[in-house]
Ligand binder design. Sequence first.
Ligand code: TXA
Ligand code: MG
Length: 293
Amino acid sequence: MKIVPATEENLQAAARAIREGGLVGMPTETVYGVAANALDPEAVRRTFQAKGRPADNPLIVHVASLEEVREVAAELPEKGRLLAQAFWPGPLTLVLPKRPEVPDETTAGLDTVAVRVPAHRVAQALISAAGRPISAPSANPFMGLSPTQADHIASSVADRLELILDGGPCEVGLESTVVDVSGPEVRLLRPGRITLREIEAIVGEVLVGGSAKRRSPGMYPRHYAPRARVLLVESLDGRPGIARSEDAEAYGRHLYRRLHELDATGAAEILIERPPEGPEWTAIWDRLRRATT
Ligand code: TXA
Ligand code: MG
């Protein structure tokens, strides 16, 4: 089995695999990722192959600290610095002007790079041990459900990994909030646990979505979807499915696990009781809309 505990020995083996151009399953506080050396175009190409992902959809680069952002970003604009100080390490990705050392493969030819300092102790340890910035898209096949546990990683992806470090279930359970601070206005490209309100509290006005110039690649109408058809219902009425809750953080933490479990039963449909609306539910509604499209 490729899933191994995150012991010092296994961390060193994973770091070696990354330095040698291989791929590793890496836990983060959001979801599990396919980790590779972000500066190695061959390793990045293999990452896209492992996911079956089109090459025009850029990767997020993970570094261990705010200081290391300099290795991949040409600049950290003031509003980006304020957001980094408020939310890193954590589930926030910043889109920044890129350094020329970051290959076009990693950024899909864009002049910007998406960067995040993850809070998970195993991700932190792996980045430090590898001594490289680590690109890590979510470890699901293209358009599929992101894994929030090591054993969620589909075999089509796992087959391409040297090993998978087991870091337990992800605490956040939804992909990071992506914020573009590379242009004149701040733009929220992907909602996540860190909400629009929390970002606005730090930097003032934030526009939602990409623009013609600052586009938001990889935000497809259908995404994050299980095999089964997902149906939103007013009430489960005793049927199996995902029950409503009033706790957005707990709901987000368990949503993908419940979808993975229900999908594994082979049922044709998965019922979801309509969750509440409101600012903390934006990321959940974003994923549910994509899963039901
Ligand atoms: O929580 C997460 O962010 C996870 C964990 C593993 O860190 N990673 C993740 O990566 O969700 P991925 O590849 O599944 O999603 C990355 C998304 C892209 O689809 C795109 O929307 C956005 O980040 N992105 C990456 N680089 C960008 C850029 N230069 N400009 C705009 N958006 C970018
Ligand atoms: Mg993804």
